[in-house]
Design a protein around this ligand. Sequence first.
Ligand SMILES: [Mn+2]
Length: 438
Amino acid sequence: MDFIHQEDIVTLKRWLASASYPIIVAHTHPDGDALGAASGLALYLRGMGKDVAVILPDTPPDNLRFILPKGIPFFFHDEDPAGAEARIARADLIILADANAFTRTSTLEPFLKASAARKVLMDHHLNPDTQSFGLVFSTPDISSASEVVYWLLKALTENEIEIEKETEKETEKETEKETEKETEKETEKETEKETEKETEGMCAGEPKAPVTPGASAYFLAPGVTGPSAMREGPLAMCKGSSEMWAGPSAMCKGSSEMWAKGIGAALMTGMTTDTNNFANSVFPSTFQMASELIAAGVDRDALIGKIYQSYRENRVRLMGYMQSEELHILDNGTAYMVLTRDIQERFDMRDGESEGLVNVPLTIEKVRLSVLLKEDDGHFRVSVRSKKGTSAQQLAQRFFHGGGHENAAGGKMLIGEDIPSADAAPACLEQVLKDYLK
Ligand SMILES: [Mn+2]
């Protein structure tokens, strides 16, 4: 993966090892990818023995709650502002996943910016804010943040082999030096304590091992003395770690379940939702990741069931109503729907239940760009999707204070600023769409 550089992996490994209170943060209105990437990372860090937490600006929708792993503390700023802020204040490492800048974390932004902790970006959106992070792993040529995390964890694991070799050399050298010193000391002492030693009969000539075999200098931050807790992690259990990815039979004991049901399942879920089940932003690496994870035992059927076959009846009826009654198609190949408060209430809509609706108009041949407006407090949330050759990102950025990916983007339409009242939204949007694609 060309967005992963060896020296950055070495740095990342050192930062992860030396962190005591790492936190993972993601964008506002967390989707499957934000939750999947954050959960996978959190499980990995917990496997390293870290006191890790995930902090999100707002509570995830009910239908995505299954992604959240048991035993990982999640703080939602809208629900528990004091708890979230305290955890950010204590953090010594901040990882932002599935967002290109701290601005995307909404209410968390000032607390994250004020933190002196080390900061790492793991993302796949355009225009990453590289200035705010000490380490950046970001490329738009990948399916999802979950896939970014997958390849990073894999690089960390594979890198372990090389680092171990280096460490072995270092340890040998150090042991040699220590042995020399020890021998000198011993010869001095020997005359004094000769009798005593003889009676003890212990391994007097044996040098004290200065470094536990296998404990890498890279894992040990200044001040950390013991062989790092990292070695207790699921990946550390496996020495020839590349085997671990080969398939269930080749996997080392102890880590397989962790990957199949924990990290692997979280990352597979995030990738699946962000690609809309392999419909968009799919690269050769995406299939490779999926293939490796299925081989590792991830139950894709179970995940599909949870993601796409667990909705409430209301949601299906709402989708039908919107397509039948609220879909407008303009001559220039753009389509839009406005999901007003009134309609949301009529169908008892819950957060997350309009997910996927914006994609539906693109199934019509003549439609090349689709916009969904969803009424919220003081604004409309704007979702934009487009076919190849038409930019969703440009529309979101130029007209709706937003951005995202080339063919999937989002933003806001502010009531009272961009439009005089909620009622003006459809006409205003129509004008924007006409101007955008003439
Ligand atoms: Mn994403």
